[in-house]
Design a protein around this ligand. Sequence first.
Ligand code: NAD
Length: 491
Amino acid sequence: MRDQLYINGQWVSPDLGNYLPVQDPATGEVLQQVAAGTEEDIDHAVRAARRAFDGGWGQSSGAERGQWLRALAKDLSEQQDSLAHLEVRDNGKPLPEARWDIADAIGCFEYYAELAEALDDRQDQSLAVSDARFRCRIRHEPVGVAGQIIPWNYPLLMAAWKVAPALAAGATAVLKPSELTPLSALELAASAERIGLPAGVLNVVTGLGSEAGSALTEHPGVDKLAFTGSVPTGAKIMTSAARDIKNISLELGGKSAFIVFDDASVDAAVEWILFGIFWNQGQVCSATSRLLVQDSIAPRLIERLVEQTRRITIGPGLEPGVLLGPLVSQGQYDKVMGYIDQGQATGARLLTGGQRPAHLPRGYFVSPAIFDEPALDSALWREEIFGPVLCIKRFHNEAQAVQMANASRFGLAAAVMSADPERATRVANLMRAGIVWVNCSQPTFVEAPWGGMKHSGIGRELGQWGLDNYLEVKQVTEYVGAEPWGWYLKP
Ligand code: NAD
């Protein structure tokens, strides 16, 4: 059991000696305690990260850092099975999903190992400027110390999305995992220790957002803040970053639309709609939680969707065959049930689900819910529920569908399903979202940019864009003219 903080390559007890319980969402039982990091602990971690940055990591070659990232990936892959089980006990998700996440996290370290190596070739590229008496070269230099704060829905994967590109770029990191799911981030620290990663390059401080999290955002020694989480917390972090003009990237919430036209295959549509809203219990920032169906296909599609939703096996994530596990916490359970109760009270029709299953008296289980025709201005339709709740509305024509899809303060993702490739392309191009899926929903690739428009965030993670988040671009311009410059000093 790991209940300490990982700072400067060592396991240390929290400054004030306080601990937080971590629960198993399938039972509500306490799995273990973890350290409640304080402002003092954050300060130690940020100082350690600075020393590591100045002491060599910041000047190391991409090739060296690539080797460290590969070593991390290898070490994690040796723990793959135990990490997947740990993620299920900590977060609640079904085991096959956890296995998928762990494999993706390992793939993320491998991918950024390659990008770290390639960075050496991007270094010192010459840039033609308009005056031949000057020579200009471009450097990509690491941003410094990165403060990274992540949510609970993909614990190790979100840690990988943050830590891998930062380390690849030559930055050092202080990672603050969610207090609800801190266990796999501590295992990542243990991997760093096992491979002998230089002290201070990766520090993991568990604790509450209001304490460890806010101390990290306010610390003047942090050069870059990278945050994934809710819009209200993102706004607080942005405000705090503004005081220090910190470089910031935000991956926030969503309320993504899925448009299904009447030429789509009903079976294919149902498959991707289910995947888009019930994967990970709907606790997915990009969940396609607003379904827009063309009116002529709606009766057939909705009937099949409800029938299939009722067949989803719900239970503890470690039980074979389970497709939907518990929500992550009592707080999340109460929040989701609150939306369901409010939706029914305000006249939206609940077609199925939205209850605690009778055979699961303990834990935070909610059966997958589908609402028909909530009001356009209702909380159900407008707000991010972050649970297994799908809302359906009908549309008549393409323009109306695009208008309804884009009428949201969020702009993370969207999906469109149609047998007409021209229409699908046209609609995809009109969607105000950072990610658009055509004839599918949710596939995510480490090579492709991830992030949102509007209230869904600022900046992009993954791919080259993820690495650029942790790089400063520098120009070095040299005078090479044959004659003296001769402005003040005349010959
Ligand atoms: P949250 O905002 O409550 O917490 C996220 C993290 O911020 C946690 O580690 C928490 O401890 C910390 N935190 C809380 N208050 C803080 C403060 N004042 N200062 C600094 N840190 C603080 O979000 P959550 O409930 O953990 O996650 C769910 C949210 O995350 C959803 O809105 C979801 O859409 C979003 N999310 C977005 C993406 C994306 O890529 N866009 C991915 C996953 C989750």
